[in-house]
Design a protein around this ligand. Structure first.
Ligand code: HPA
Length: 264
């Protein structure tokens, strides 16, 4: 068990968690939904995200959501912060140590598909690892050869679709293409993403999906669309704009995620 897992158990108790939830840019308000909430600063947890990106939280929350005990990572660490694709490995290993069998990931993303507009959610059905980096590089065991077929759990996607319909949330599915960032894409790169079969682009999530599968967790991921990709609309793309627009997606995720956790 990781040192961080021991620290968390000491502070929050030994009861296992059902799921770990990672919140993307501008989405940290989702953590407000937790009942009996306990916040532990990342700085007290060995290996947890350091540095920080504005719009992301810096606490681990433990509490109850949808009747289940969950852990919420209010911010993540990105490959673009230092070039380490495995930056989230210690935190995700800690989640597995605490018993999490499900990993729910959220992010803000740019749409490259007219079907997904700013303010919409896109349920991720698959990804293209265009950053070309892999968090399992350096892993010395045969466990590194992770099978990625069905890595976005089909049963959780189906559950989310049923719930979205009931909650009157439009929830299309699409392929997320991981560009490393931190610069936004060029117009030509967005055109390439379209030709490669992507529906949205972003700077995170894919390495966490690989790590989650590596750790034997069931993975689900949803993008909050904050903008159209570079060159696809007249709006100016910026991190400020991402954080402002993420609020609309956050409101929908605040209804969808508790319902999904309840059904785990
Ligand atoms: N590109 C990459 N990442 C993003 C975008 C984008 O347009 N919007 C929000 N995250």
């Amino acid at each position: 068990m990781s040192k961080a897992a021991k620290t968390i158990r000491k502070i929050a108790g030994k009861e296992p968690i059902a799921a770990a939830i990672v919140l993307g840019s501008g989405l940290s308000a989702i953590g407000d939904l937790l009942e009996n909430r306990l916040a532990i600063p990342y700085s007290e947890l060995r290996g947890f995200p350091g540095g920080g990106v504005s719009g992301h939280g810096r606490d681990l929350l433990i509490g109850t959501l949808g009747g289940k005990r969950v852990a919420v990572l209010t911010g993540r660490e990105h490959y673009y912060e230092h070039g380490n694709a495995a930056a989230m490995r210690p935190a995700l290993e800690t989640m597995a140590d605490l018993g999490a069998q499900t990993l729910l990931l959220t992010n803000s993303a740019g749409s490259v598909d007219e079907r997904f507009r700013p303010g919409d959610l896109m349920l991720i059905s698959d990804h293209i690892n265009y950053a070309g980096m892999n968090p399992l590089i350096g892993e010395a065991t045969d466990r590194r050869f992770v099978n990625m077929v069905g890595c976005y759990a089909p049963d959780l996607r189906a559950k989310a679709q049923g719930l979205a319909e009931r909650l009157d949330i439009r929830l299309g599915e699409g392929v997320y293409l991981w560009y490393s960032g931190p610069s936004f894409e060029t117009v030509a790169e967005i055109q390439m993403a379209i030709r490669l079969g992507a529906n949205a682009v972003g700077m995170s999530t894919a390495p966490e999906v690989i790590l989650g599968r590596f750790l034997g967790m069931k993975v689900w991921a949803c993008s909050s669309i904050t903008n159209m990709g570079a060159g696809l609309s007249a709006e100016n793309i910026s991190h400020e704009h991402t954080k402002t627009m993420a609020v609309q997606g956050a409101d929908k995720l605040k209804r969808l995620i508790p319902a999904l956790v309840e059904e785990l």
